[in-house]
Write a new protein. Structure first.
Length: 346
């Protein structure tokens, strides 16, 4: 299903009786929220009907005196507020300036084909939802804050989740709970004062056709690195990105260049599959690696243009979803590690 946004989606059931909603999967945020009726300020067009609290017999508002309301500051990096009737108000904002504002609530969650019922999920009931959410109903927050979906389900299902982000021609999955650990190669999660809920790892190198980029090893650790399913294009330190771009350009010498596209400045005429794109390896502490074929290195931005699917940053290195596509990725939070494996959903 296409919802008009470059992120990955799944379905959850919410309420009693349960209704299914299409949600963006986001490991870079903690609060799960979806659009709610009546939409008091702004709601975007979504697939299916908007959640209607008055139609669910198990819906409950979260009051301002409850600990979940107090915890919103750490979960969203924005302070909570309170209505005159003592209902907790959340504000979730994102790096692309998208945001959702609404009421904190509880209701019954239904997960998966088996229809597992999990009562009292804390989530945001969005009344003002603006930005790049496509036609999704909202976001599933899978970061490590105690209000995230993962943390709320950890005691029942385990503090681990895994997924495979598919291509347009395949089908992926997201699973909370048990997974086959022997299948993966791991890199440890590392702590960072920037935000304790995000999944920080240590990127140690990048190779193109097996050859390391001509940058100092310290260039990779000059800023923190996160793994984020909710960001499409990976971000690299500027000098690392420049070296990667030059290596790819050298490998594609003789092929027609195309103008830059938004933040993507290394572009070519044609498609990723039609060019001899070099294999790129992203290597992490502990030996885990993402060995990227052409479809993970480039991104077709229209029918006649493909671009290097990386961009420079001076803030935080991000391993985005384009590079994770078709790999099995396991977030074993209980053991403080992330695992990668091939053969996921290609």
């Amino acid at each position: 299903m296409s919802i008009g946004v470059g992120n990955y989606i799944t379905r959850i059931g919410l309420g009693t009786p349960s209704t299914s909603y299409v949600m963006v999967v986001d490991t870079g945020s903690s609060l799960t929220w979806l659009q709610c009726s009546p939409c008091r300020v702004s709601c975007h067009e979504q697939v299916g009907s908007i959640f209607k609290p008055s139609s669910s017999s198990t819906y409950r508002s979260v009051s301002c005196s409850e600990p979940e309301c107090d915890g919103l500051q750490s979960a969203t990096l924005n302070p909570s507020a309170c209505t005159t009737s003592n209902v907790c108000i959340y504000q979730a904002s994102y790096g692309d300036s998208s945001f959702s504002v609404g009421y904190l609530a509880r209701d019954t969650l239904v997960l998966g084909d088996a229809g597992r019922v999990l009562p009292n999920l804390v989530f945001g009931c969005g009344q003002d939802n603006e930005g790049l959410f496509g036609r999704s109903a909202g976001l599933i927050g899978l970061a490590r804050n105690r209000i995230s979906l993962l943390s709320q389900l950890a005691t029942k299902l385990g503090n681990v989740f895994s997924y495979c982000l598919p291509t347009m021609a395949s089908t992926g999955y997201v699973t909370i709970g048990s997974y086959p650990p022997a299948r993966y190669v791991y890199t440890p999660l590392v702590s960072n004062s920037l935000d304790g809920s995000l999944y920080f790892v240590r990127l140690t190198g990048i190779t193109v056709r097996g050859k390391g980029l001509p940058v100092a090893s310290s260039a990779y650790t000059s800023m923190p690195t996160i793994v984020d399913s909710g960001t499409v294009i990976s971000r690299l330190p500027s000098d690392v990105y420049s070296a990667l771009s030059k290596s790819v350009v050298a490998a594609l010498r003789g092929h027609a260049r195309a103008p830059a596209y938004s933040i993507l400045d290394t572009c070519y005429r044609g498609s990723a599959n039609g060019l001899p794109v070099p294999e790129v390896d992203m290597v992490f502490q502990g030996g885990a690696a993402l060995r990227l074929p052409a479809r993970n290195v480039m991104i077709d931005v229209d029918s006649s243009t493909t671009c290097l699917a990386f961009a420079p940053t001076d803030r935080v290195v991000i391993i985005g979803n384009r590079q994770q596509q078709t790999f099995r990725v396991a977030y074993d939070v209980g053991r403080s590690r992330i695992g990668f494996a091939t053969g996921g959903c290609g």
